[in-house]
Design a protein around this ligand. Sequence first.
Ligand SMILES: C[S@@+](CC[C@H](N)C(=O)[O-])C[C@H]1O[C@@H](n2cnc3c(N)ncnc32)[C@H](O)[C@@H]1O
Length: 208
Amino acid sequence: MEVITRSGPQSYDGAAWQRLRDGREGVLLDLGCGEGDYVRRFAREHPRWLAAGLDSDREALRRAARQAERRAERGGAANTLFIAADAQHPPPELEGAAQRLTVHFPWAALLRLILEDAPAFAALLDRLAAERCALELVLNAEAAPPDCEPPTPHSLAAALQGPLAEAGFAVQSCGWLNPQDAPPTRWAGRLVKGSRRAMVGLSASRAG
Ligand SMILES: C[S@@+](CC[C@H](N)C(=O)[O-])C[C@H]1O[C@@H](n2cnc3c(N)ncnc32)[C@H](O)[C@@H]1O
């Protein structure tokens, strides 16, 4: 698995990944983490968890790692990890790893997967999730890829509920989110809080 650090990429094998998880209360996996603000914040608020962000943009991950590797007084968090991968083809080490899965404001291929191929997206979550896992998905409702209908709570729930149930996830809520309920991510600030664009949030969990 390719891990991006401040000083460059490193290769982690299964044993190295296991050592990082040993003794942890849980693992957060943030798909399409961008510059890692949410991962870093979660890690600071949950020091006994391992907070991992995955993205295909290595430059964004490098910036994320640079911030996370600062001293704690300067906003850093040692319990973070930034993984370079295409979310549709995650490294096998991540299978069954996540007690919390988040996807915030995805775009490009990741957004297209969610909007156009709900069964494949749910199968991906099924692979990454631990037996007990909470899922949080937040979409910008005004930025669908070309040829895709922008999501609404109704369309998202209709598309995802069945495939998520197949993967053992029960949907707890799916609706429009108020700006104050946006997750604390960089894109929430840019796209939603700044310009008040509509967003749809879905939360689900599987109980194991
Ligand atoms: C709008 S940014 C959101 C970043 C962050 N989640 C936030 O809310 O600030 C979308 C991110 O999704 C990532 N992304 C899109 N398709 C992806 C894929 N197939 N695999 C991994 N990352 C992907 C992009 O590289 C980008 O960093």
